[in-house]
Design a protein around this ligand. Sequence first.
Ligand code: PRX
Length: 684
Amino acid sequence: MIPDKTPVGGDTFHGAADLAQRAHVLSFQKYKELYLQSVQSPQEFWGKIAKEFYWKTPQTGSFLDYNFDHTKGKIYIKLMEGATTNICYNLLDRNVYDKKLGDKIAFYWEGNEPGDSMEITYKDLLQQVCKFANVLRAQGVKKGDRISIYMPMIMELVVAMLACARIGAVHSIVFAGFSSESLCERIMDSCCTFIVAADGFYRGDKLINLKLVVDEALRKCRERDFQVSKCIVVKHLGGTEETCADETSTNPQSPPAKRSCQIPWDANVDVWWHELVKGASDECEPEWCDTEDPLFILYTSGSTGKPKGVLHTIGGYLLYTATTFKYVFNYQPDDVYWCTADIGWVTGHSYVTYAPLANGATSVMFEGLPTYPDSSRFWEIIDKYKVTTFYTAPTAIRLLMKYGDGPVKRFSRQSLKILGTVGEPINPEAWHWYYKVIGNGRCPIMDTFWQTETGGHMLTPLPVAIPLKPGSATFPFFGVVPAILNESGEELEGEAEGYLVFKKPWPSIMRTVYGNQERFEDTYFKKFPGYFVTGDGCKRDKDGYYWITGRIDDMLNVSGHLLSTAEVESALIEHPAIAEAAVVSHPHPVKGECLYCFVTLRDGHEFTKTLVTELKNQVREKISPIATPDYIQNAPGLPKTRSGKIMRRILRKIARNEKDLGDISTLADESVVTELVSNRCKTT
Ligand code: PRX
């Protein structure tokens, strides 16, 4: 499957020559050798890596035990059964005490406002985590309890997640852009007893009053008979209860910005973070957990509408994220690494928090936006901290490309060695701009394909060893066995296109959907027994390179974030004017894809500009601003089969202004199509 010789197509890029001297994997042959070892003797391969980490007690059962075939019984994956450990101990105590990295910077934190920054060493991070872990314990949080975290990109977010991990509590982080409805839904699904939040934050020049959203979510929970016992609030904007207008930030280096936010306060539930940690001890014995104990739940969109709580466990997640980080970014101790993802998404979990800390790395953590105060912010930060490894999303690259080369050229970016992308396919134009303009043609681009469900990189190049092809995530990482299947579930060899699946488990594969094993099995294992189904289409070229072709289920990828069409449709239908809705994806120059919605009105309602605005707001409020539709079209009738199924295939073509709509003979009423075509929204 993996070629014997280094692929040398005309379109391969190697990146910098000076990287080669320090590469962990020096050649394609070496990659192949390690890869074969990893899949032929996983126990030996991962067992050796496991020795680099701390296990309180060794494994007692088999190294890897699993079933991927639902026809043979329950789906399960168990790694290093019986071993006990603590991931926080491995990320912090081990680095501080065994590796003597206490004084090394763990994070440079860069705030939304330029000039608002701080840094934290491994030793200080450990102390802060211990303090907050003691606070949680004192509040009655126990191993296995679920804690919801709803925070901006501030250091307390990392502290809170690691404090949970230290005491064996399971964090469920909700991206701070999600609505109160989405937060409520997630809190209730995983029965979170506590929530950790912040008063508010600025995204660019926009104030986000986070606490208001939390209160609204908790009110919704109460209406549905669910009560969260405490809400711990970080005073990020320096607010006081009820009113905090014109206060400056608690950060002494912060400029006296015009900050203001009103904070509602319920003394029965709300409690300030800083008051709780004030007297807490900075020593805290970790909870020793089984490697298969849950580490976190992270919600991802599901094609049936309701988000799925993807559950990851401790040991395998630690091994895999740490190893991918080391090899994919060719990590060296003097690197400064920056992943721009928000911790609210899986990229932030794995590659802002867990993997860099597991390697003892120094990272940049950024609260703000790529375009605030102007579109050179990323490049300015790279020079400020001498970033060597920069990992971002294609949507950010496309956005910044629009501003031209000028804002980039104002900064040297000399420190850069490796670039990375994640979240969606990268179009060749954006790839070349990233490579030539950002990386000055010196830095290889790691196009990493993976998912919330996979925990870490699955298909990815390795610097130096794997020649790049723009737009291809190239080859499988160690331990990953991909296959391409046709509709009948047959494996396709050589050049082929079909469903991307994985044949064997890798250490950080999700273990279940929280509280819903059946949904786990149905979503990922039912269609092709014996395989983990990604939901993505994929092509293999003549050189064995993998190319992701996009989702093949009812999911959309907007700016690298997965959304389900069903989720957006149900948000639209809740509007009193809407009888029916169908949502399809439409290409977008910056976001990759955007939402094109067809709505059928109830009798007595009119399709007006006001209604369109109301519908857009409704989706924003029910889900999040990311889900805001770009286009809403009046659809007096929708194309349906005689059995009543909406034919989204036809709607997609109408939205894209394709002339050939394919076979429409199975429609109950073909005339609806003509009307839809003539009422099409003008798109860009
Ligand atoms: O469709 C693939 C796309 O993002 C999906 C996973 O989304 P999520 O779980 O939110 O995780 C995103 C961050 C890991 C995948 O099913 N995707 C992710 N990375 C790539 C990609 N598509 C193409 N190329 C990638 N590098």
